[in-house]
Every structure is written in structure tokens, then in C-alpha cells.
Design a protein around this ligand. Structure first.
Ligand code: GUN
Length: 281
């Protein structure tokens, strides 16, 4: 059966919209987009549209590919000091001449609605509530909660160790937390030996690799829950990291692509922006 990320995300967005309609503050999210990367442009456009639908204001700042690191840092500093801005999102990836981590480190942690700043990452790892959780892991946890998929004692296999998905997600799932934690987590990656054998032991299998159809039916335990984080463009079509057509025959639940994790990531971003605004007031 499909996990309806689109539907769960809509309910979440509706709650956010209702809260914003019924209050007298207006959250505002600044978007920084550098260059002409087509998927990045698409993501930012989708996020801006979602903002408009729930009543979050957007401030788009689009720069050419050759902007200097210093100029970008100056712009971030202006946003950090602007009281009307509650969230700052720098769309990744950035061009190679810019040190992405340096950029992230210079965002005010109180406006880091992506949850990428070391202060927010550190708090999340320790298990403090007072932090922003990065949007894709946050969205996945909400999706598991919505489907009452208890992670306690379960073996979760995550394929992919990125700072945006794999690492934060692994840390959330091992937290001492009855709602989404208490799992046994394996993080597999490009150097993992016998990936198939490890994947097959996963009660919950989470693919965040960025390779179309990389997770095949022989890698999945029968009855497993499969979460596909991949968004890959193949001949102008979006496909996930999981061979959906075959894997969906043997697993109990699976997130489709599109319509699974993606909409939850965007809803989580809106949630974080609203929380940031509320904290300020
Ligand atoms: N690039 C891919 N995913 C993300 C995300 O969640 N946030 C930002 N800022 N960039 C990304």
C-alpha cells in the first residue's frame, strides 16, 4: 500500500494555514538561490508556492552563478539583522567556489529553518527540543507517526549518509523518544559491503542515495516499510531511488515518488518558519 505523503502533508499545511489566518503575525521566509540549476529552481518555486498558500511571506534573493562567497555572506548578514525575516533558506547545492558549510555557519541559528546550522544539529543530536530539525528527516518522522509505524526496537536501514538526510535521520531514530525514536539504526553508504544483505534485514528501509531505481526487490525484506527519499530526473520524469513497480509487490507500505516524502519536506519547512516567527513574538 502507498503511504499518502501528499495527503498527510496537506493536512499539516492546512493546520499551519489555519493558525496563520487566526493570528496577527505574518511569518516571512527568505530564499537564496544561486545559479541556474534546474532542479534547485523547481524546488524553490514549489516552496515559494507552498508559502503563499498558507500565508507565509517569501523574500526571494536570486543570485548569478558567479556571486562571490563574501557577497553571499554579506547578504546573509543583512537577513540575520532584519527583524521582518523569520527564516533563511539557502538552496543547496551551491557552486563549487562557495564553501557551503561556511555559508550555513553564518546563518543565525534562530532563523535556520532548514536545521543545517551546527547549533541546531548539535541540539538535535543531544535530544534538546529547542532546535530546528532539518526538513526531510522531520517530514519522514511525521509520516511514520501519521501511519502509526512504531520505530521502537525496529531495525531501520538508511542508505545514504548526507548531512541533509541520512545523518540527521539516523540521530533522530536513535533518540530515547517513544514517538519516533528507540530504533536500531544502520547507515549504509557507497563503501558498505554486501548492501543487499544489510538492506534485507531492515524492518524499515529508507533510501536517500540519489540514484534512480537503485533499491531492487531482492534487497527488501518481505513486509518491510519502504521510504523513498530520492528525487531523480530520468527523461523528464521524476523517479525515486526505489524500483517502485517491483518493490511495492512485497513491502507492506511504500512512499511513492512523487507524492511521498517530498510534500512532507515542504510542510516541515513551513512548520519551522511558523515556529521561528512565534518564538520571536
Ligand atoms: N537541497 C536539497 N534538499 C534541500 C533542503 O532541504 N534544503 C535546502 N536548503 N537545500 C536542499
Amino acid at each position: 500500500m502507498d503511504i499518502d505523503g501528499k495527503g498527510v502533508a496537506k493536512e499539516w499545511r492546512d493546520k499551519i494555514r489555519d493558525e496563520i489566518i487566526n493570528c496577527d503575525y505574518r511569518p516571512c521566509l527568505a530564499f537564496i538561490l544561486v545559479g541556474n540549476d534546474l532542479p534547485s529552481k523547481t524546488y524553490v518555486r514549489m516552496k515559494e508556492r507552498a508559502c503563499a498558500e498558507v500565508g507565509v511571506l517569501s523574500k526571494p534573493l536570486y543570485f548569478s552563478e558567479d556571486i562571490s562567497e563574501l557577497n553571499l555572506l554579506k547578504n546573509i548578514n543583512i537577513l540575520n539583522n532584519d527583524d521582518t525575516i523569520h527564516g533563511i533558506l539557502v538552496q543547496m547545492p551551491l557552486p563549487n567556489h562557495i564553501n557551503s558549510q561556511k555559508i550555513i555557519n553564518n546563518i543565525d541559528p534562530n532563523k535556520d529553518v532548514d536545521g543545517f546550522h551546527p547549533t541546531n544539529v548539535g541540539k538535535m543530536v543531544i535530544g534538546e527540543d529547542d532546535c530546528f530539525i532539518s526538513c526531510t528527516p522531520f517530514g519522514i518522522i511525521k509520516l511514520l507517526e501519521a501511519y502509526q509505524i512504531n520505530t521502537k526496537g525496529k531495525h531501520v536501514v538508511i542508505i545514504g549518509r548526507s548531512n541533509i538526510v541520512g545523518k540527521p535521520l539516523a540521530n533522530l531514530l536513535i533518540q530515547k523518544n517513544d514517538k519516533y525514536g528507540n530504533a536500531t539504526v544502520t547507515v549504509a553508504h557507497s563503501y558498505t559491503e554486501d548492501l543487499t544483505k544489510i538492506c534485507k534485514t531492515g524492518d524499515i528501509l529508507i533510501a536517500a542515495i540519489g540514484k534512480p531505481n537503485a533499491i531492487t526487490i531482492d534487497m527488501v525484506k518481505s513486509g518491510a516499510v519502504v521510504i523513498d527519499v530520492g528525487i531523480n530526473y530520468v527523461q523528464n520524469k521524476i523517479v525515486g531511488d526505489v524500483d517502485y513497480d517491483n518493490v511495492s509487490k512485497i513491502c507492506s507500505l511504500i512512499t511513492p515518488v512523487p507524492g511521498g516524502v517530498g510534500p512532507m519536506t515542504i510542510a516541515a519547512l513551513l512548520h519551522n518558519t511558523l515556529q521561528s516567527c512565534k518564538k520571536k513574538i
